[in-house]
Design a protein. Sequence first.
Length: 200
Amino acid sequence: MNYQQAKYLLGAAKLHQLPPDQGIEVAFAGRSNAGKSSALNTLTQQKSLARTSKTPGRTQLINVFTLDEGRRLIDLPGYGYAKVPQAMKEQWQAELGKYLQSRQCLHGLVLLMDIRHFLKDTDEQMLSWAHQVDLPVHCLLSKADKLKSGAKSKALMQCKKQLKDIHPNASVQAFSSLKRQGLDQLYAKLDHWYDPPMLE
């Protein structure tokens, strides 16, 4: 897969505004300060494919990027940010839940979590929704450059242990957009989800 050819297609406020439910989609989700936009930009080697904001939680749309005719990257709205009104939070989370549970072309979810603050309540909710519908999840413990090697390994082990109770089949890795750490592992996971190619 050539992730550098990712192109913005549209932003959807509601599920019915998304492209037809066919082909293969992989979605990126995470709390508003988990580094999701930076990870997408690092993945695609594009500086501003996903807009990084100084005010987390402002993205209210499901942003769709095409990789080729049958494959798409999905940037889900950041969640869990305190300054967003509660009613808006609940509305976003309802849409996220519906997307994860009803979208047939969704082949995998990449869940971004800060390696220093992983598996918050909202992260566990996302994992629970995914587990209910047998959706594969790959957890990216972002900002891994902030921790020394020993602390990083400890966080990874702790996260793996906790995941067993929430989504036993979820995989997890350390990741740093800044240092481009863990990029090959992420590419391998995405390639696995996007392959075999879509059948007509």
